[in-house]
Write a protein that binds this ligand. Structure first.
Ligand SMILES: NC(=O)c1ccc[n+]([C@@H]2O[C@H](COP(=O)([O-])OP(=O)(O)OC[C@H]3O[C@@H](n4cnc5c(N)ncnc54)[C@H](O)[C@@H]3O)[C@@H](O)[C@H]2O)c1
Length: 252
């Protein structure tokens, strides 16, 4: 039996999926959650087939009823969550003149408030246990850069930085650490979208100005999330770490 339970949002594909596998390999029980049922169930099945422990729960982070219900079910089965990875996110390309209230609110609802919903539901039991670690996905596009035609996304991802900082201070005395990761260009469905992001060709061009000479893979992010959640990072809280192959420090 695994001794630590991690809940990951948006774990059916991309960075969330790689993170689920990384935690499973490290011996954790993984609660795979997503709105993508086929993909999420497949990730849990892959982990089980490899001898790990995993369950899939369909959970939409824009629904408080859904996040409350899932966290309660997991706590009833396994006790307080040890680790939460707030990963679910969307990055829609919307020029300013088309950025309606609804489009702005939807991105904030998934990318920022979605984190609050999960953390708020899980925090009481984590506090009682006086232990835990939370890792939230920001982006270099909110952490340092501004992304044109993605103002709502950049704003929400900047919001994640504030969320991490404030939450880390509030939960530190309860033994809970809160940190973030700001990925650079990572090869996932999000970045490979020609409609909303760079697309395959744009991503390869980006590799040309990344000092390490390549775009990131989901596993490059997953391993840093695993580190931040681990005891090796026991004195780190309130920090957001850019994982970008040197892009931010090297592009001038
Ligand atoms: N790929 C990159 O280059 C990159 C860069 C910086 C930050 N990020 C961030 O990393 C995180 C993971 O991104 P990715 O690249 O793996 O993207 P992705 O599109 O491959 O995966 C996103 C996941 O979030 C899930 N999701 C979307 N809306 C949801 C909702 N309402 N409820 C639950 N799950 C929902 C999707 O179903 C999917 O599984 C996101 O927060 C993203 O903004 C990605």
């Amino acid at each position: 039996m695994a001794d630590k339970t991690v809940l990951i949002t948006g774990a059916g594909i991309g960075i969330g999926r790689a993170t689920a596998h990384a935690f499973a390999k490290a011996g954790h029980r993984v609660i795979v959650t997503d709105i993508l049922e086929t993909e999420g169930s497949a990730v849990a099945a892959e982990i089980q087939a490899a001898g790990g422990e995993a369950d899939f729960h369909r959970m939409d982070v824009t629904s408080t009823a859904a996040t409350d219900k899932t966290v309660k079910q997991v706590e009833e089965a396994f006790g307080a969550l040890d680790i939460i990875v707030c990963n679910a996110g969307i990055a829609h390309k919307v020029p300013l003149d088309q950025l309606t209230d609804e489009k702005w609110d939807h991105t904030f609802d998934v990318d920022l408030k979605g984190m609050l919903r999960v953390v708020r539901a899980a925090a009481p039991a984590m506090r009682d246990k006086r232990a835990g670690s939370i890792v939230c996905l920001s982006s270099i596009m909110g952490y340092v850069y501004g992304w044109d035609e993605h103002v709502h996304y950049s704003a929400a991802k900047s919001g994640v930085v504030g969320f991490v900082r404030a939450l880390s201070v509030e939960l530190a005395a309860s033994g809970i650490r809160v940190n973030g990761v700001a990925p650079g260009y990572i090869r996932t469905a999000q970045a490979l979208s020609t409609v909303h992001s760079l697309g395959p060709e744009g991503l390869e061009q980006a590799a040309g100005f990344i000092p390490m000479g390549r775009v990131g893979e989901p596993e490059d992010i997953a391993d840093v999330i695993l580190f931040l959640a681990s005891d090796a990072a026991r004195y780190i809280t309130g920090q957001v770490i850019a994982v970008d192959g040197g892009l931010l420090v090297g592009r001038y």
